[in-house]
Design a protein around this ligand. Structure first.
Ligand SMILES: [Zn+2]
Length: 201
């Protein structure tokens, strides 16, 4: 379980001014708790905010069956004034990951669980104007290909990047701060992980 970003480079700054790293850490710890309740072994990476070197994350994930990197989303800089229009979760996998098929299966399972829990894919990352033309790998479940995504590409095991919600949207940020919403997201992510790892012999 990889906590996106680190203390000195904390990622997106939310609508209210809270750094993304803090959202990532809170959610990742909640997913960890859900997975451990289900009997899975979890190794945390970066929860103390000290992983400045990206390849140390994949190095320290060695031996895991799956790397899940937790993030919260933003929009293009010129769209920030309209950020309240953008909401929802997104999932990313790399075709260059050596376990690309399993990465996609896990991302799809996580997306399906999130949808089942009432969350909606953001979809804008596929758009050439609103997003970055990231093609859908599994459109209904909000999964995109992002082939050069460093952590997913260089991981020796299956890897999925989760953008849990758009924290530059004021309303969505309020939802992301709600412990009950966070618990439901964590339960869905953990459920997807369990579903896809369960299929692995
Ligand atoms: Zn991020």
């Amino acid at each position: 379980m990889d906590v996106g970003h680190y203390a000195a480079e904390p990622g997106v700054i939310s609508a209210s001014g809270r750094p993304e790293f803090e959202y990532n850490r809170d959610l990742a710890l909640e997913v960890k708790a859900e997975l451990e309740r289900a009997g899975l072994q979890v190794r945390m990476i970066g929860e103390r905010g000290d992983y400045a070197v990206l390849h140390h994350r994949t190095r320290d994930a060695q031996g895991a069956k799956l790397l899940v990197s937790i993030h919260h989303d933003s929009v293009k800089e010129r769209l920030l004034p309209e950020a309240d229009r953008f909401s929802g979760f997104s999932l990313f996998v790399s075709k260059f990951n050596p376990k690309a098929g399993q990465s996609l299966a896990c991302a799809s399972a996580i997306g399906a669980q999130l949808r089942g829990a009432g969350f909606t894919p953001s979809r804008y990352h596929a758009d050439p104007v609103l997003g970055e033309s990231r093609p859908f790998a599994d459109e209904p479940n909000g999964v995109h290909y992002y082939d050069n995504l460093a952590v997913a590409r260089s991981a020796p095991m299956a890897a999925v990047l989760v953008e849990a919600g758009v924290i530059v949207n004021r309303e969505e940020e309020r939802r992301m701060l709600d412990p009950e919403v966070r618990r439901r997201i964590a339960a869905a992510v953990a459920g997807g992980v369990r579903a896809c790892l369960g299929k692995e012999p």
